[in-house]
Design a protein around this ligand. Structure first.
Ligand code: ATP
Length: 631
């Protein structure tokens, strides 16, 4: 058994790691390649050139590197690569890694087997390493693979190259039975390698599985922009532990408002710092209520707590009373209520990025209600969903996908073992027994689900269509094709320009510009009117388009008919022509009787001369006479 490392040794290790990270950061910053440049076009670094810090603030160039050890990588990654036999970089790795390491977004395409996997696995490891991501920091990176077998391969590469790091990682793919075990562990994993369907399943069903930071982040960002005149802070479980502690101590020292998820409700002792605890959503149970409210009135100091409940959640009051929680029921004075939805709509107009945050906040909140067990209190269907959406400033209620998929829960799971020992390098990554890796068929349903997620709000007709196509395998291919096309389709953004030609947010035309600054105020009525008008315009345009299309098709049909008719006439003519030629050469005496057409006939109808045989005889006779005259 390995001797546990002493606290002193661990501290020393941490300090040296922090210094290494500082050095790596300086190296990356000082030598970063120009954005959009191709490192492959630079002369390769000579193999014996010095690497890393060259003294003072000077560092070696890493764009143009040909070997992994010429890049600003952690020793853990370089060692992992070397152990696996990776020394020289492939082209795609040379082209992408210098950009990826300095935090740029990359869209890479290269032929199969060219080494794309390492081109994104290395930056994942390095990013988390330089952020000093630890087990308590939860999910830091998600790698999505279209198929289970590819996900399995990626996971193997990650395990091999990252074996010297201390991250936990998991392979989340469909096709396994017990998802509950996975749900218990997933929030403690640092790197997820998953297929889209399985990821969505966790997003829909796993409590607190939230990888986007969007209940608190939207509310916090929105209030910050509304400038309430008091410092605001935000605390959530997806924050790194160090940052969380920093916010916590700032909040204790400075008079401020802290927006927080339940992460702050347990354990954190704010001392006497908290005057009010405002619970804007219903706690999961009585225990959760007590934990939240318990952040105020610590020790001998006083404090207050207020809880907002929706009418459908009033049963929670009975539960609290049954547990002897002192409650004072307050009915809100409607005159003093100040709706914020108008202000938030204006914010969403001014900061279009926030529209997506608001949508996600809406869906995430409803999902958190949906997955609660106490259904007599938490019933999504009883919530005023449209009002809630409008209260976030959203012009339209987003579609709530998970409500429709209620009973469609897929089977899935795998045995996950968390690292058994801190001392074992190999076990620092989650081990998934290889034999239970499902490398079966490509999961079409997972792919479809992911594509559907991309389509922001499919209309009802499209949904009906997809139900029909689901039921008819023969049309399934065309459905998939359509969805694939949609994925790459540019989003339909409507741009409005001001007099000087500057692009404005979509609702700017119905907004009033506040004098002095560039902020917009959108009147709710005007906005609705605007959308109604747009809808009417679109209906009209649609009608005209359909009419035009019908006309065009009719004309085409007529043309085709005429062509066909002409074609058959010519064909017949040709046939007769060639037939008569053939016969003329083959069998002159049995020459076909001549046909005559009635030139008066407008419709081109042919009339065969009934006296054709006598005419032939007459011709023969005339010929005979002529011959006799010449002879
Ligand atoms: N720098 C390298 N040196 C040596 N071998 C490498 C290097 N990079 C990748 N490989 C090996 O090349 C093979 C293909 O790599 P990888 O699977 O990453 O390719 P890919 O481009 O992702 O392929 P696909 O498009 O088929 O998924 C693997 O066996 C991998 O171990």
């Amino acid at each position: 058994m390995k001797k546990p490392k002493s606290k002193q040794f661990r501290n020393k290790l941490r300090v040296s790691e922090r210094e290494t990270i500082k050095l790596l950061d300086s190296w990356i910053q000082s030598q970063k390649p120009d954005s959009g440049s191709n490192p492959m076009s630079l002369p390769p670094l000579p193999s014996n050139s010095p690497i890393g810090c060259l003294g003072g603030d000077s560092f070696s160039r890493y764009a143009g590197a040909t070997r992994f050890d010429q890049l600003p990588l952690s020793k853990k990654t370089v060692d992992g690569l070397r152990d696996a036999g990776f020394v020289e970089m492939t082209d795609v790795q040379r082209a992408t890694l210098p950009h990826a390491l300095c935090g740029r977004d990359i869209l890479g395409a290269a032929k199969t087997g060219s080494g794309k996997t390492l081109a994104f696995v290395i930056p994942v490891l390095e990013k988390l390493y330089r952020e000093t991501w630890g087990p308590e920091d939860g999910v830091g990176s998600i790698i999505i693979s279209p198929t289970r077998e590819l996900a399995g391969q990626l996971f193997d590469v990650l395990k091999t190259v990252g074996k010297r790091h201390n991250f936990s990682a998991g392979l989340l793919i469909g096709g396994r039975k017990d998802i509950d075990t996975e749900k218990e562990h997933v929030n403690r994993l640092n790197i997820l390698v998953c297929t889209p369907g399985r990821l969505l399943q966790h997003m829909d069903e796993t409590p607190n599985f939230e990888c986007s930071l969007l209940q608190v982040k939207f509310v916090y960002e929105a209030f910050k922009k509304l400038r309430p005149g008091i410092p605001l802070k935000c605390l959530h479980g997806r924050m790194k532990q160090g940052r969380r502690m920093g916010i916590y101590s700032e909040f204790c020292e400075q008079r401020s408002v802290l927006f927080s998820t339940d992460v702050a409700s347990r354990g954190l002792d704010f001392n006497k710092a908290v005057d009010w605890v405002v619970q804007v959503d219903c706690p999961e149970d009585v225990k959760a209520y007590i934990h939240r409210a318990g952040r105020t009135a610590r020790y001998h100091s006083g404090g207050r707590s207020v809880l907002f409940l929706m009418p459908s959640e009033m049963k929670m009051l009975e539960k609290l009373q049954a547990q002897k929680v002192p409650i004072q029921f307050i009915k809100a004075n409607k005159k003093r209520l100040q709706p914020v939805s108008g202000l938030l709509s204006a914010l969403l107009v001014k900061y279009p990025d926030m529209q997506y945050q608001a949508q996600r906040a809406f869906v995430t909140y409803l999902r958190s209600i949906h997955i609660q067990k106490e259904k007599e209190i938490f019933d999504v269907t009883k919530l005023p969903i449209d009002e809630f959406s409008a209260s976030l400033g959203l012009p339209m209620t987003p579609k709530i996908r998970f409500l429709k998929q209620k009973n469609k829960s897929k089977t899935a799971s795998e045995t996950i073992s968390l690292p058994a020992s801190e001392n074992s390098d190999r076990e620092n990554l989650l081990e998934i027994p290889k034999e239970i890796l499902d490398i079966g068929d490509i999961d079409e349903e997972e792919m479809d689900k992911a594509f559907l997620l991309k389509q922001d709000t499919p209309n009802e007709e499209e949904e009906k269509m997809s139900e029909i196509t689901d039921a008819r395998p023969a049309t399934r291919i065309s459905k998939k094709k359509k969805l694939k096309i949609n994925i790459h389709r540019p989003m339909g953004t409507r741009l409005v320009y001001d007099d000087e030609g500057n692009a404005l947010p979509p609702l700017a035309r119905v907004a009033e510009i506040k004098s002095g600054n560039q902020s917009f105020v959108v009147d709710q009525g005007k906005k609705n009117e605007y959308y109604n008008q747009m809808r009417e315009e679109m209906k009209q345009v649609d009608k005209e388009d359909k009419l035009l299309d019908r006309q065009r098709r009719r004309e085409k049909r007529i043309k085709q008919k005429m062509k066909l008719k002409r074609g058959s006439l010519e064909e017949e003519d040709d046939e007769e022509h060639s037939a008569s030629e053939e016969e003329a050469t083959r069998d002159r005496p049995r020459k076909k009787s001549k046909k005559y057409y009635n030139s008066d006939s407008d419709d081109g109808e042919r009339k065969e001369n009934k006296d054709s045989s006598s005419l032939a005889e007459q011709e023969a006779l005339a010929l005979k006479l002529l011959n006799a005259m010449h002879s």
